[in-house]
Design a protein around this ligand. Structure first.
Ligand code: CO
Length: 470
């Protein structure tokens, strides 16, 4: 244990969630992860982030895996390490606000299946959208970490962050995360921000950033010196670029100082050896684009997260309008301003990005307006830090009613209805939650699961033979 004056920096390892979400579109399979769990469990990580975010959607949609089954396998394997997930507040792991009963049940089942720490954020930093999840995590004896979606803009002063941090502590969170999804937090700003937050709250502060703009490991260094308690890193084969700083590098940086993690570099090297062929394979197949591994300075100019940049590229490609890339990038901050200067993180990043694309392609701003933009402008996602642009609001939603209460107060309980809709597919309690988030994708998965079972079930085969003698 730490001696006098020592303050070992704690590490959350992201390779099983954010790192592969950021670099290879969340395509790492459970089968690729399970063999290395035993070694990872011996490192001494504060936690392993391994679930939530886009992993749930990608498992069902692309990998034909049950995300709940993956979580149970992690829990079986990680005997000594806390498991962490990312949770989008009232939007859970989906793209729209859900009723409280679904949020509560999702939190309950996540913890029952093995999650220890739930990192909860809201894409507008509207704390009312976090309360249900925080209360549910407290009730289930999980660790509720609330994340500030870090962004830049006139409204986002040190006083703003201090005030919101205080309110987060008061609402019952066990820790705070500064969630810098775009890699916008600069080293010296990190000193100021972490110092200010440490003066304001007593609960631990964790820092999450991305390497996209190239400053991330310097930012960690300054944040650690300023007293941050935990940093998020990824094992080197899936580090840097749009992912996190490398675990081994940060461990070596603090070696012999009062922040020494005490991790065994030999053990880390063995873990890196395991993941390196997976990275090489992804490079060979094109799943890992070398472009995502470099420094993208545009992210600082346009304040756009790395994931959003690649989304915009593919949207424009689909429309045959790749030449409009820079016009769209310049439109993004304008749309963001119209929509109350919100942070850009799922789902607000997709909403702002899609609107920016439409504004440019149509040659007239807000000529074409998707329902989600209208929902933001009518308050259905919650309150923004600055008011909406009134002219844009008028053009998009006319005189429609504006919601000012907590949006979920207007959503009636949904679980019973959802259970009714998917009853024929239900094999476990958790299935209704998969269905709630992605009705079509989950149904396709349930059908696939059933077909697989018929393939391997010998009784079924026997019955089939009896029914259809050959
Ligand atoms: Co992230």
């Amino acid at each position: 244990m730490a001696g006098k004056g020592k303050k070992p920096i704690k590490i959350t390892e992201t390779i099983l969630r954010d790192a592969h979400q950021s670099l290879i579109a969340t395509r790492m399979t459970t089968e690729q992860m399970v063999p290395i769990i035993d070694k990872m469990d011996k490192v001494g990580y504060h936690s392993v982030e391994c679930w939530g975010g886009a992993t749930f959607d990608a498992s069902l949609r692309f990998l034909k895996e049950d995300p709940w089954d993956r979580l149970r396998k992690f829990r079986d394997g990680f005997k000594n390490t806390k498991l962490q997930m990312l949770f989008r507040g009232q939007n859970i792991l989906g793209y729209r606000p859900y009723a409280d009963d679904v949020v509560e049940y999702f939190v309950q089942k996540s913890i029952a299946n093995g999650i220890d720490i739930i990192r909860i954020f809201d894409c507008l930093n509207d704390l009312r959208n976090l309360q249900t999840a925080v209360t549910a995590a407290n009730k289930e004896k999980g660790h509720a970490q609330v994340a500030l979606s870090y962004t830049l803009g006139d409204a986002y002063t040190l006083d703003y962050w201090k005030e919101i941090a205080k309110r987060i502590e008061d609402m019952g969170a066990n820790s705070i995360c500064i969630k810098d999804m775009a890699g916008l937090l600069l080293p010296y700003t990190a000193t100021e921000l972490v110092t200010a937050l440490k003066e304001t709250v007593d609960i631990p502060i964790q820092l999450h950033t991305h390497y996209t703009s190239g400053v991330a490991s310097m930012t960690y260094l300054k944040a650690v010196e300023a007293g941050v308690d935990v940093i998020d890193t990824a094992m080197s084969p899936f580090a840097l670029g749009t992912s996190q700083p490398a675990t081994e590098v940060m461990v070596e940086t603090f070696k012999g100082t009062k922040y020494d993690t005490g991790f065994d570099q030999q053990l880390l090297a063995e873990i890196a050896d395991y993941f390196r062929p997976i990275r090489d394979e992804a490079l060979d197949s094109g799943l890992l684009n070398p472009k995502n591994l470099g420094v993208n300075i545009k992210t600082l100019l346009y304040q756009v997260p790395g994931g959003m940049l690649s989304n915009l590229t593919s949207q424009l490609k689909d429309l045959g309008a790749e030449d409009k890339y820079y016009e769209v990038l310049e439109e993004v901050p304008r749309v963001r301003k119209d929509l109350g200067e919100c942070p850009l993180v799922t789902p607000s990043s997709q909403i702002v990005g899609t609107q920016a694309v439409m504004n440019v392609i149509q040659g007239e701003r807000y000529k074409m307006v998707p329902q989600q933009t209208k929902d933001v402008l009518s308050g259905k996602y919650g309150a923004t830090v600055k008011p909406f642009n009134p002219e844009v609001q008028k053009k998009c939603i006319g005189n429609a009613e504006i919601i000012t209460c907590r949006p979920a107060d207007l959503i009636p309980d949904e679980l019973d209805t959802l259970r009714g809709e998917m009853a024929q597919w239900s094999e476990q309690d958790e299935d209704v939650l998969s269905y709630a988030l992605f009705p079509q994708v989950a149904t396709d998965f349930f059908k696939y699961r059933e077909a697989q079972k018929k393939k391997v079930d010998p009784n079924m085969a026997d019955n089939a033979n009896k029914a259809y003698p050959v």
